[in-house]
Design a protein around this ligand. Structure first.
Ligand code: URA
Length: 213
């Protein structure tokens, strides 16, 4: 039996067709491609310039993003902003989006607890992410975590073995692999947290070096 190519898509990377991000956002507004739209407050589309050289891709909106209708405005977003700055990247010059555009959660009393999107939901929503990347045509895409990486490559790749690398999938801008900032928020040990955060900043700094080339 033939082994699957390392970065060959396991699902078809089809995407929406639109002339601009505004047009695409309008199309995505009424998305019912999976069930997640039913419980979320709203679809959270990407944000930033169509001319951005860097696209940052997270997993899905969290509780705060679901309410605000904007990506990365909660605790993970605040940490991301700080780390981007430390790495020498200006968020306002990047396009920031998510692999999945609706918040998936489990209700726990008054709280809504983040729930991981499944492979089907990620595949369905790659329809929008693929189109965002095609329209922006960045120099580099930064995959923040495994969900973003799966959506961008169309195949499951071990994040720990590719972390810090810049992958070059066919017919796609290069993809820099790193962790999701919420991973840092979950670390309890202070020393470990500092070390992991420095590693994340170093990963992001690779984008600055890459841009300079
Ligand atoms: N986590 C994400 O992956 N995206 C957001 O927008 C917020 C938190």
């Amino acid at each position: 039996m033939n082994a699957a190519p390392k970065f060959g898509p396991a699902f078809t990377l089809e995407s929406a067709d639109a002339a601009s991000l505004d047009q695409l956002r309008h199309q995505a507004m009424g998305c019912t491609r999976c069930e997640l739209y039913k419980n979320a407050t709203q679809m959270v589309f990407g944000e930033g310039s169509q001319k951005a050289e860097i696209v940052l891709v997270g997993e899905q909106p969290g509780d705060k993003e679901d309410t605000a209708g904007r990506p990365f405005v909660g605790p993970a977003g605040r940490l991301l902003d700080i780390c981007l700055k430390e790495a020498g990247l200006d968020r306002s010059r990047c396009y920031v989006t998510n692999a999945v555009k609706h918040f998936k959660f489990e209700p726990r009393g008054k709280r809504r607890l983040h729930s991981k999107p499944n492979a089907g939901e990620i595949q369905r929503c790659s329809w929008w992410l693929g189109a965002e990347v095609k329209i922006v045509r960045p120099k580099l895409v930064i995959a923040l975590g495994a969900t973003a990486l799966y959506s961008l490559l169309g195949t499951k790749v071990k994040l720990t073995s590719e972390r810090g690398r810049i992958l070059t999938p066919a017919d796609h801008p290069p993809v820099l692999v790193t962790i999701h900032p919420s991973f840092l928020l979950r670390i309890r040990d202070l020393g470990d947290g500092e070390q992991q955060r420095a590693h994340f900043v170093a990963d992001l700094h690779r984008a600055v070096q890459y841009q300079g080339n």
